[in-house]
Design a protein around this ligand. Sequence first.
Ligand SMILES: [Zn+2]
Ligand SMILES: [Zn+2]
Length: 220
Amino acid sequence: MHKYLTIILFALMVGCATWSCSNNAKRIKNVKIVSHEKLDSVGPHCRILIQPYDDFSHNKALDVSKQLERALNEHMKGLTVTEVQVMPNRPLTEGLMNNAKTRYRASKILDQQQGMIKQPGDVVIGLTDKDISTSVHGYEDWGILGLSYLNKSNCVISTFRVKDKSQFWKVVLHEFGHGYLGLPHCPNNDSSCFMVDANGKPNLPPERHFCDSCARYIPK
Ligand SMILES: [Zn+2]
Ligand SMILES: [Zn+2]
């Protein structure tokens, strides 16, 4: 039975290829403060841990966290964010690279980040300016924007392939949808939906929303 469950879990894993799918920890303004004893009564909740890598700017990480908070407030009103915390920068070590030492393997970063999840509701979001890759579309080492596994509350996102950096937060929200809510790619293939698989196109439309099909699974 356990083996069967494991197979199902692996089948649920999703690679999100390119939508082809200061170093002091700083706590930023909380969206809502809820004591942990009360969490069960307030429904879906999460604590977001932002992990910047190498020289990813602390201010940029703060901007991303604020943009994500705004988006969650707007598009996931039923979700309570108890805390958002930007962690001290960490290095991406050589052991996290692909065999050719040209990119970092997103799955290795996720494996490392998994240890940061300390309590139910924790979500870890790694941020890097370096190129990251995974095995997808028949390629062993395919450059991607971000990677998360469904319902693992653990994702890593790279700015490297994002043409319009002001739209980077949309990739973060997309991966949050995979990782925290377990949302698959948009079943309607709606190009204006946050959960669409852009199949290698790094251009993100200026306006986005969750389409009706994807919105059904979002806490309201
Ligand atoms: Zn995706
Ligand atoms: Zn959709």
